[in-house]
Write a protein that binds this ligand. Structure first.
Ligand code: KIV
Length: 290
């Protein structure tokens, strides 16, 4: 029997029917990869709002409150200006809107790179204020000490290597990584370092397919690909990209809908109805009860 959700509009909680589901935990997710194999690939999408979380939750294992919300929600040019307040608030909305998925929240640029202590303070704030189960941060070897520090203190960390969008200024753009031997070796070293530091999951973004395959085969924690490889232990996409909200479709995105067209068509019809006084009709106005 499929699960249906009743939305409590006063709390934004989605109540599952028939039975309450248990939220997926970090150890349970980590154990989906056994002896280097993940029998059932991990389904992950970004979510930024309670209502979207309600819709995605029954289908996903992990909801990522990505700092891509900078561009997707706030219309910013990159993830660089995203703040901790934004991540805490959207993280809390997604936790309220979900029951079953593991929710993890991106640490924004500048909130974790200075020292392990800075990272702990800000990651603890994210978990405290959002109710999420873990954080994601970008970087490989340079972040290993921080990942070890957080993991040892009860903060599960998902690492993110390859194309790391917060480093756009250093990388010079969003092009795929690992085309040269030196870059490929660096990505492999980064993946090894974050795994050894104790990350529970590893996002591999925008890398040559064979590198993603090698990292997945040699890493004990699950890998999640985005523009990486079908052999990763799971996949993630930005929800607005896969729903077709934007005209530009990055090469690694498969569109599963055309939400922008659906919205434009509906709004054009509404505007025409308002202008022609076809809306509201008697169905949508209040009249005294007879
Ligand atoms: O911010 C984000 O949305 C991400 C991914 C899509 C991996 O980091």
């Amino acid at each position: 029997m499929s699960t249906t959700f009743t939305i409590d509009t006063s709390t934004s909680r989605a109540h599952p029917t028939p039975a309450p589901m248990k939220r997926l935990t970090v150890p349970a997710l980590r154990q989906r990869k056994i002896n280097g194999q993940t029998a059932e690939p991990i389904v992950m999408l970004t979510a930024y709002t309670a209502r979207m979380a309600q819709l995605l939750d029954p289908h996903c294992d992990v909801l990522l409150v990505g700092d891509s919300l900078g561009q997707v929600i706030y219309g910013l040019p990159s993830t660089i200006p995203v703040t901790l307040d934004m991540m805490c608030n959207h993280g809390a909305a997604v936790v309220r809107g979900s029951y079953h998925s593991l929710v993890i929240v991106d640490m924004p640029f500048g909130s974790y790179e200075a020292s392990p202590a800075q990272a702990f303070e800000n990651a603890a704030r994210i978990l405290r204020e959002s109710g999420a189960a873990g954080v994601k941060l970008e970087g490989g070897e340079a972040m290993a000490e921080t990942i070890e520090f957080l993991s040892a203190r009860g903060i599960p960390v998902c690492a993110h290597v390859g194309l790391t969008p917060q480093a756009v200024n250093a990388l010079g753009g969003y092009g795929a990584r690992g085309r040269s031997q030196a870059e490929a070796e660096k990505i492999l070293r980064d993946a090894k370092a974050v795994e050894q530091a104790g990350c529970f999951m590893l996002v591999i973004e925008g890398v040559m397919e064979d590198i993603a395959n090698e990292v997945t085969a040699s890493t004990s924690c699950p890998t999640i690909g985005i523009g990486a490889s079908a052999n990763c232990d799971g996949q993630v996409l930005v929800i607005d990209d896969m729903l077709g909200m934007f005209e530009r479709v990055p090469r690694f995105v498969k569109r599963y809908g055309n939400a922008a067209d659906t919205i434009s068509t509906a709004v054009a019809q509404y505007a025409a109805d308002v202008r022609s006084r076809a809306f509201p009709t008697t169905d949508q106005v209040y009249r005294p009860k007879k």
